[in-house]
Design a protein around this ligand. Structure first.
Ligand SMILES: [Zn+2]
Length: 416
């Protein structure tokens, strides 16, 4: 125990306290508005669906509070409780090369962490999602996903961790700069390869086969000056009834993906409006901007780690007696979120700014009213709450709250 221990415990208590307070505000706000559909959605979302959205949100938020307390106890257990210290001693006893010992320590910690998290993800998928009619996953799909994830982690994460540890061992005080370079190169490669290599391991992606719709979409893409291998339809229904659309990748691998569940519920003009929104993200270079901020933030984080890794009090304060490169990485990964949570409103703000911009682009290039129709359908079918607590939303939501978003689109339509 040292001063840093107290600082860590104080930050942990503050961030847990803040999260709980926000979640409680959120549940109170949603409960209070449970019996009235907001005015701007009256007639478009039936009271019955509004009730469902409220109940779904309340269940998930309460579950989130439980998970938060559980995770915080685990974090204290891993650090001050001696969990990591024990794991470290256990693998050090095998007397391997430091890079191997370190990789194995990090790896086994990650496996134990995901196993400890398993009850919550099982409960979420097979109890909550099931109860609200969203779950389409089976135990077999769930188990295969887990195995595939573990395999990917071993094949991609293993060498990456080993490389980072090796760099830390052989380069001097500026190791963090090299690790940052490797990490960013890996991020770029993954970003490029993900749509074509990783995502197909989990889902089927097929080209859109509706000829009429395809032509409309092609016309819209031409109008917006967008070249890609086209629109892909993903079998999202394999796991869940939730529908969505997203853009991904860059260069020759950029693509727009629609969940099959979403295509089923939207009519062609609504699909075009959603597409126009996604094209807006491309046109306005949101991917590049997001990558640039990731680069800048990781640079700052690694510079900080570069300094922390050389301080004995950093290890000792978190329950580790013997400093090492791998413990520096592990402790940082575990403890960093406690402090960085306070920056989350900034990240959410940036993301919501991009959403507004993409909406404005869709209004300008296609149609605001079709976009509103599409969004209302998506809110209804995903049981998204229309009445989030404003503060909770400011912290957590990457997308603007439904009423704010809709009124923004209406205002843009009026202005153009
Ligand atoms: Zn968007």
């Amino acid at each position: 125990m040292n001063t840093f221990t107290y600082l860590f415990l104080f930050a942990l208590a503050a961030s847990v306290g803040l999260r709980l307070w926000l979640a409680l505000r959120h549940t109170r706000h949603v409960s209070k508005h449970r019996d009235t559909v907001p005015e701007s959605f009256a007639g478009r979302i039936p009271l019955e669906d509004h009730h469902k959205a409220a109940d779904y949100t309340l269940t998930n938020t309460r579950m989130g509070m439980l998970a938060l307390l559980y995770d915080s106890l685990l974090l204290v257990g891993w650090t001050l409780g001696g969990g990591l210290e024990w794991l470290d001693h256990y693998w050090r006893a095998a007397e391997s090369q430091p890079v191997i010992t370190g990789t194995v320590v990090i790896f086994s910690a990650m496996i134990i962490m995901s196993l400890l998290d398993l009850p919550f993800s099982l409960y979420h998928t097979f109890v909550i999602e099931e109860r609200f009619g969203f779950n389409r996953s089976t135990p077999a799909v769930f188990l295969t996903d887990m195995l595939k994830n573990a395999l990917l982690l071993a094949l991609l994460g293993g060498p990456l961790i080993a490389l980072a540890l090796w760099i830390m061992q052989v380069t001097g005080a500026l190791w963090w700069l090299y690790v940052w370079g490797v990490w960013m190169a890996f991020t770029l490669i993954m970003f490029w390869a993900y749509p074509a290599v990783i995502a197909p391991l989990f889902n089927k992606f097929s080209p859109l086969d509706n000829e009429a719709l395809k032509q409309r979409i092609q016309a819209l893409m031409d109008k917006c000056g967008f070249r890609s291998k086209g629109i892909f339809v993903m079998d999202g229904s394999k796991r869940s009834g939730h529908g969505n659309a997203y853009f991904t990748g860059f260069g020759s691998n950029k693509r727009i993906v629609f969940f099959d569940t979403l295509l089923e519920s939207l009519n062609p003009p609504e699909i075009e409006a959603v597409l126009a929104h996604e094209l807006g993200h491309f046109k306005l270079k949101h991917i590049q901007k997001r990558l640039a901020s990731t680069f800048a933030l990781s640079f700052a984080a690694l510079a900080l780690l570069g300094w922390l890794a050389g301080q004995d009090w950093f290890y000792n304060g978190l329950g580790i007696s013997q400093p090492s490169a791998w413990m520096a990485l592990l402790l940082f990964m575990l403890v960093m979120p406690v402090f960085s949570f306070f920056l989350q409103p900034l990240m959410s703000l940036l993301s919501r700014k991009h959403e507004f911009e993409a909406d404005a682009y869709a209004v300008q290039q296609f149609s605001g009213s079709d976009l509103i129709h599409a969004l209302v359908k998506m809110y209804r079918e995903n049981a998204s709450t229309l009445t989030p607590d404003p503060l909770y939303s400011a912290f957590h939501d990457s997308h603007p709250p439904a009423p704010v978003r809709i009124s923004h689109i209406s205002a843009t339509m009026g202005a153009s």
